[in-house]
Design a protein around this ligand. Structure first.
Ligand code: SF4
Length: 476
């Protein structure tokens, strides 16, 4: 199973090592159950609010305005934030953002960093970069803490350790922290709290993401449930906020709308337990806000793809997706899993590296129904599929093109069709004697059986039926 955080060298959706596809491990069964529970819970919470659909439409419109006016809104945010003493920087890509973080860390003689949950830092692989520079990164969100100790990467946008049972966490804490084994939730939380407490107090720097960057007030908004983000951002003398450029919203008056939607769609809560509004550095402390592009402005060049930047990372589409529930987040090969990952990843890392992902969907539309900002994910996927087969990508290889040419030829006439179906019937009969569980194909074939070939084709059966059936007798 894929647990590395290395940069994507081609989506691993059909990777042979990905057990989620062929043989679901018990942890993937946990995942399916938890997603099902979360999805029903979120939908129940939404259904209880008559105006929920109006909220979704309003949020969609605010996001549409924000993305269309990103340039102006970011400048407005920058000038408001700078006026209160923070530094605002812009990174073109992951390498530049990492360089900025390291420079700040060196300037402040940082030895350890407490991090609150941030998908952007996963995108940068910041932990590896910090470790490479001799700086100890400590994840403080409980789920992130667990996956960091287990040397894995998050399996879900909102609940990174969703695949762990309490017993597995107990064993992990025992093995890595030397704590007595327990499978009780309260005891496990207490162990994490005890071990993290000293890290908050000694770390020279805190790093956080940002759920919303509000332009008209220059405010960074961070939402969370555990209190760890508050401690990570307020305790150390230096705080770096890493934020994707798409997180800007125009007005502080828009915030309640998004908070209402995010909590309900993410975890089924009316509101997350903590909402931090950071307006500038505290007295005697330093605050840096680094905006990250990393491929986002490329998305802006494609008007059909804009909507993918509306995402507020609530994770509802993952919980609702029948594919994600079956294969888990690592299968998507990069930081962003599930339906929105299948859209964002090809945009951000390049279609040539992730062309398979848009095809990892049944297009059932479940994601579309739950998305709080009404991103039309199925159409985004279809758009990317169109691009994947028309632009340079593995889905546009000479083999693919030839296969579809043969298919199109076969579909163009009844005789050709009958011939092709005859060949398929023979092929299926022969294939069961072949050793075909190898390479990429093996990841697919190991979990599936060949269909049974009926004695005659449907067309032959129908013809026969027409010839032999008697007209109904007329009533006397
Ligand atoms: S695409 Fe929509 S449902 Fe999925 S994570 Fe983003 S905001 Fe949530």
């Amino acid at each position: 199973m894929s647990t590395t955080t290395n940069h994507l060298d081609g989506a691993e959706f059909l990777s042979a090592e990905n057990k989620g596809l062929a043989e679901p491990a018990p942890r993937f069964k946990n995942l399916t159950k938890t997603c099902d529970y979360s999805s029903k819970n979120n939908m129940g919470v939404a259904a209880a609010i008559p105006q929920f659909q109006d909220w979704r439409e309003a949020a969609h419109q605010v996001k549409k305005f924000s993305i269309a006016n990103l340039d102006k809104l970011i400048v407005q945010f920058e000038s408001n934030m700078k006026a209160r003493g923070a530094e605002v920087m812009f990174a073109q890509d992951a390498a530049e953002a990492n360089r900025m973080v390291l420079e700040i860390a060196r300037e402040h003689n940082v030895k350890s960093v407490v991090k609150s949950k941030s998908m952007v830092t996963e995108e940068l692989e910041l932990n590896h970069v910090l470790e490479g520079a001799g700086i100890r990164p400590i994840e403080t969100d409980l789920g992130e803490y667990i996956v960091q100790l287990a040397k894995q990467r998050p399996i879900h946008l909102v609940t990174p350790a969703m695949h762990f049972t309490a017993a597995e966490v107990g064993e992990l804490f025992h093995k890595t922290l030397g704590e007595p084994y327990s499978a009780e939730h309260a005891k496990l939380a207490a162990i994490a709290r005890k071990n993290l407490r000293n890290d908050y107090l000694t770390a020279e720097m805190g790093v956080s993401g940002c759920n919303f960057a509000i332009a008209d007030t220059g405010t960074v908004v961070v939402v969370e449930n555990e209190g760890n983000a508050g401690l990570s951002t307020a305790t150390p003398p230096v705080h770096i906020v890493l934020v994707g450029i798409e997180k800007v919203i125009p007005r502080i008056d828009d915030l309640p709308l998004f908070l209402n939607l995010l909590g309900r769609s993410g975890t089924g809560q009316k509101l997350t337990a903590y909402t931090h509004l950071i307006h500038g550095p505290a007295v005697g402390k330093k605050l840096y806000v680094i905006f990250l592009d990393n491929g986002r402005t490329k998305v802006l060049q494609d008007p059909h793809a804009w909507q993918s930047l509306f995402c507020i990372r609530c994770g509802a589409c993952l919980n609702a997706c029948p594919v994600y529930r079956r294969v888990g987040g690592w299968s998507y090969g990069w930081v962003y899993p599930g339906p929105i990952g299948a859209v964002l990843t090809p945009h951000l890392v390049g279609l040539h590296k992730a062309a398979e992902l848009p095809f990892a969907s049944s297009l059932c539309g479940a994601c579309n129904e739950v998305c709080p900002v009404k991103i039309d994910i199925p159409h985004q996927l279809v758009h990317l599929r169109h691009r994947a087969v028309n632009e340079p990508s593995p889905m546009n290889s000479p083999f693919e093109r030839m296969t579809w040419k043969v298919w199109a030829w076969a579909m163009r006439g009844p005789r050709r069709y009958a011939m092709a179906m005859g060949a398929v019937r023979i092929g299926v009969r022969v294939a069961k004697y072949l050793p075909w569980h190898f390479g990429k194909l093996g990841a697919w074939t190991r979990g599936r059986e060949l269909p049974k070939v009926p004695a005659s084709s449907f067309r032959a059966w129908w013809r026969n039926r027409q010839n032999t059936s008697q007209p109904p007798k007329e009533k006397p």
